[in-house]
Design a protein around this ligand. Structure first.
Ligand code: ASP
Length: 334
């Protein structure tokens, strides 16, 4: 027996583009298509059973390939999410997004959405026109999660391939597989299947209403530099010369840096640039004073954040005016 229509949760679906809205000339094509073409109404039409689980309000916020995501669009999206969640008649939000930068947008919103209501991002690895497209089921599952009371107070979530991930931990780990997302070390938060939603662990780091960060204007410029055999200091020197406010090092191993890079980092910090050490490894934490003398250098350890998420947190912290002396506490808390 279906619940009566008016008792169903009201979920806003905000579309931004991506492969989930991708179009190829041939149904057998799963590469070489154009992302962000199919409109939100068509995405919803492909999942008629959504009307059994939620009342849907749809908005097309953008139509981009998420490789082209910008902080300006993050600002627009964040403002729309916060405005909708402030309405009594909205119970949760689903955002359709490209997979390429989904983890960055998800973490940005995790820190800047001011509500306990669910915000769930989803995406697809195959375009909407593909045989066996994964978008429709991912969208159905994302709405299922957003409509479920257990998803409240969990921060921003990612529903993908039957799994539910925390925005802070999730990362894209495959270029083409349909199980393209993982939360290294900690694993998925839970699962969603056939209308069932189960959470298996808690989100411990602060987010949403416990986060002081907001998208209140343009974010300060923060760039990422990778360390590798024979790395030169040219990129760091160039970034400092153009006035970046922060740098994230995607270090080797435990956030270690080539000696040449470390010398450039020391110079950058002396010039007032905030520097965070993360790891290019893809799993594990970066120890403060472990592979580099953070106390002496003035650098910050990213703990378990990957470089892209460390960049998001550093931009938000600098935009909030957190001084250099307060940055490690920020990275230990969010
Ligand atoms: N390039 C696409 C995007 O991020 C890839 C995808 O959505 O899977 O928009």
């Amino acid at each position: 027996m279906n619940p009566s229509h008016t008792s169903l949760p009201r979920i806003a679906v905000l579309a931004t583009g991506g492969t989930i809205a991708g179009q190829a000339g041939d149904a057998a094509r799963t590469s070489g298509y154009k992302a962000g073409v199919v409109g939100v109404d068509k995405l919803l039409d492909a999942v008629p059973s959504l009307s059994q689980i939620a009342r849907i309000h749809a908005e097309q916020v953008a139509s981009i390939d998420s490789k082209d995501m910008t902080p300006a669009l993050w600002g627009t999206l964040c403002a729309r999410v916060n405005a909708l969640l402030a309405q009594d008649d909205v119970d949760g939000i689903v955002i359709t997004h490209g997979t390429d930068t989904l983890e960055e947008t998800a973490y940005l919103l995790h820190l800047t959405v001011k509500s306990d209501k669910p915000v769930v991002l989803t995406a697809a690895m195959r375009p909407a026109t593909a045989l066996s497209a994964d978008g429709p089921l991912n969208l159905f599952n994302a709405v299922t999660v957003a409509a479920n009371r257990a998803a409240w107070k969990q921060g921003v979530l990612v529903a993908f391939n039957n799994q539910i991930h925390c925005a802070r931990e999730v990362t894209k780990t495959s270029t083409y597989a349909v199980d393209a997302f993982r939360s290294p070390e900690v694993g998925a938060l839970g699962w969603v299947q056939d209308g069932e939603v189960r959470f298996q662990r808690a989100v411990l780091r602060r987010h949403t209403l416990q986060s002081p960060f907001e998208m209140s204007g343009p974010l300060p410029e923060v760039e990422i530099v990778t360390s590798y055999a024979g790395a030169s200091r040219a990129s760091i020197d160039a970034f400092v010369a153009v006035g970046v406010k922060g740098l994230v090092i995607a270090g080797t191993g435990n956030g270690s840096m080539h000696l040449t890079l470390q010398a450039a980092v020391a110079d950058a910090i002396k010039q007032g640039v905030a520097v965070v050490r993360s790891s290019r490894v893809g799993a594990g934490h970066v120890m403060r004073n472990g592979a580099a003398p953070d106390d002496a250098l003035g650098s910050i350890s990213a703990d378990t954040l990957n470089s892209y998420k460390a960049r998001v947190l550093l931009m938000l912290a600098l935009s909030k005016g957190v001084p250099a002396s307060g940055l490690q506490a920020v990275f230990d808390t969010y």
